[in-house]
Design a binder for this molecule. Sequence first.
Ligand code: NDP
Ligand code: 8X3
Length: 252
Amino acid sequence: MPNTVFITGATSGFGLACAHRFAEQGWNLVFTGRRTERLQALQKALEPRCAVLPLTLDVRDTDAVQAAVTALEAPFDKVHTLINNAGLALGTEPAQHCDLEKWHRMIDTNVKGLTTVTHALLPRLIDNGAGASIINIGSVAGHWPYPGGNVYCGTKAFVEQFSYALRGDLQGTGVRVTNLAPGLSESEFTLVRTDGNQDAHDALYAGANPIQPEDIADTCWWLASLPPHLNVNALELMPVRQSFSPLSIHRE
Ligand code: NDP
Ligand code: 8X3
């Protein structure tokens, strides 16, 4: 019986690429997102190759997440890998000019949504035992703060620390946990962050040879298919053209 992967946020970017990557390997797929038409298109593209279950789901809706996980039936009931990917950044303004509603939306999605999905799926992952994996999509923003990152950086720092603590709790169950922290990656991320500003998207990625969603999908596949005695605790990836900058000093 093929393994099952549960991917949140599979309507674009990393999650979509992961769906294709795991389908190529013949895994059963449960994939989620809010945009039903995109989930249906993905189902159509993958179905001949593997068993798929598209779920229109907002990870902020706790009841809906719990109900969807409770309702999982064979061949999707045993979940071998969870890719906690659904997430977003909203805005690049300094904290003092930010919209509180956007801050709350990031926390509700990146922190509460991710923990809700994890909580719901833990019993099934533990049931699977050795070799099961939780891959949490953190970010370089989780430990490299930058101006305008404010709450987004905070949510990804949560993902990192939650991943380590979860790993501690899961000691003895065989379930692995990884904080996968990508840097600059080309997806719909910047369009979402800037309210659909195509110029901002184009300017950010121009000439930077950024990470592509397929790179992250390959990495997730590598993590999920490692021998069951190995756990990658943390993995930070950047494009070669992205690096560090000096600390800033304000002088009077
Ligand atoms: P995309 O915007 O391309 O994809 C985001 C996905 O998350 C979409 O499928 C979207 O689906 C889903 N999503 C967002 N909000 C919700 C919600 N409330 N409920 C369910 N699904 C939701 O961006 P990326 O692929 O780049 O981002 C994926 C993850 O990677 C995010 O967690 C992001 O923070 C992280 N990341 C991104 C980096 C980058 O530079 N791009 C770098 C490091 C980390 P839908 O809108 O249909 O609900
Ligand atoms: C996305 C990467 O540097 O834009 O998580 O915050 S960054």
